[in-house]
Design a protein around this ligand. Structure first.
Ligand SMILES: NC(=O)c1ccc[n+]([C@@H]2O[C@H](COP(=O)([O-])OP(=O)(O)OC[C@H]3O[C@@H](n4cnc5c(N)ncnc54)[C@H](O)[C@@H]3O)[C@@H](O)[C@H]2O)c1
Length: 381
């Protein structure tokens, strides 16, 4: 078929699909009915053009109980994602499983021709992330990663400031965050379910905040450190939680990025300190200070400050905290995914960017295990 016909045929297909979506609701399935699935389902239920038709969870009776709690009695329940994908014709799924099954669930859904909203972190290893991207490419479907802070006005402002050129060429970033005490429990604290600890749980957000602002340059090397002094101690944890804790509760790293940019990163679920510090982005023309932030909620810890010189004088411009208007961040995350499907558009938080985020998490974990700097080799997709 000549190229022109191919383009025309895919255009016709797209128009046909758009009509279809206008005439009916999108059929959505939920994979994993734990804690974060609640936020997904509550948001989907607020969307007029969605019906939740299926739920899956490995734990016996969990999906059924979840369906009853949300009045989803008409939804069909399955004992795992694979049986759900085999039995249902879905438009989209939310993958709300713990980290170690992200890749398997996302890849199987894409192979079944279903669009995917994949919770963060994208997965556990760089190899898994590459496999997800390959499946996405082969399927022609959208996979977006669940970074709701991307939808926040203040997080967007950080990117706007950097992209405006106000900082000039960026050469050094310090970022991270976390808590003095705040170790989650449940499935977050074991390798067999979470794969990685604070590094993946909240580290991925801090990385996304700054890497998205500077345009996601390719990571080249990392020197990483992880520890778990608090998670494994009965002084700070219940004995049963300390006994099964085998992920990190603190991580730090120096990451070299393309463009000769140094990224200095630290993240904590627990430490003897209130905060590991503000985020700072240093450029040749200016610098931005973002007060220590729980960026995973899209919040900044106070007004940001832009440091620059005006007519030879050193000045500081305060960027006030922007008020959020309209739907909450989770609703925006869900809506942006649905709108991309309907419009036949691109993923709001694309794997092409988050691959680099995952590459950094992977490299920090590898470097910490080896006790030396490691190279980051991005696989061909
Ligand atoms: N975006 C956010 O703000 C946010 C907040 C919390 C958690 N999360 C992410 O959401 C994910 C889940 O966290 P959670 O707290 O809901 O965990 P959870 O342990 O409460 O729930 C996960 C559920 O997935 C099920 N599951 C695992 N593999 C499955 C499979 N193959 N098929 C069907 N079900 C499967 C488990 O049985 C479990 O019930 C994690 O990756 C976490 O990082 C995101």
């Amino acid at each position: 078929m000549p190229i022109g016909d191919e383009v025309l045929s895919s255009f016709t297909q797209k128009v046909r699909q758009e009509r279809t979506y206008a005439e009916r609701k999108l059929k959505v399935g939920i994979i994993g009915t734990g804690w974060i699935a609640e936020a997904h389902v509550e948001s989907y239920l607020r969307q007029p053009d969605v019906e939740i038709v299926a739920l899956a969870d490995l734990i016996d009776g969990k999906a059924e109980a979840f369906a009853r709690r949300y009045g989803l009695e008409a939804a069909r329940c399955y004992p795992d994602h694979a049986s759900m994908l085999a039995a249902e014709t879905l438009d989209a799924v939310s993958v709300c499983t713990y980290n170690v099954t992200h890749a398997e669930c996302a890849i199987d859904a894409l192979r079944a021709g279903v669009h995917v909203l994949l919770e963060k972190p994208m997965c556990v290893t760089l190899d898994e992330a590459a496999d997800i991207m390959r499946a996405e490419k082969a399927s022609g479907k959208i996979l977006t990663v669940g970074f709701q802070p991307r939808m926040d006005e203040n997080m967007q402002m950080i990117r706007k400031i950097v992209q405006s050129g106000a900082l000039g060429e960026v050469y050094y970033i310090q970022t991270g965050g976390g808590r003095r005490r705040g170790i989650p429990n449940s499935t977050f604290i074991e390798k067999k379910t979470a794969g990685i600890g604070a590094l993946g749980d909240i580290g991925c957000y801090s990385l996304d905040m700054v890497l998205n602002a500077i345009g996601y340059p390719r990571p080249l090397t990392a020197t990483g450190y992880t520890s778990n002094f608090f998670g494994t101690s009965t002084e700070y944890q219940k004995p049963e939680d300390a006994a099964r804790f085998d992920v990190d509760d603190f991580a730090a790293a120096f990451i070299r990025l393309e463009g000769n940019i140094m990224l200095d990163f630290r993240i904590s679920w627990a430490m003897h300190l209130d905060t590991p510090g503000d985020t700072v982005i240093l450029g040749r023309k200016g610098a931005l200070r973002i007060p220590s932030t729980e960026c995973w909620n899209g919040t900044v810890g106070g007004p940001m400050t832009l440091y620059h010189d005006v007519a030879g004088e050193q000045v500081e411009t305060v960027i006030p905290v922007l008020e959020s208007h309209g739907p909450g961040l989770f609703d925006r995350k869900i809506r942006s995914f649905l709108d991309a499907i309907i419009a036949g558009g691109t993923a709001p938080v694309p794997t092409s960017q988050i691959l680099y985020n995952q590459a950094i998490l992977d490299a920090i974990a590898r470097s910490a295990a080896l006790g030396r700097e490691v190279e980051i080799v991005i696989p061909n997709i």
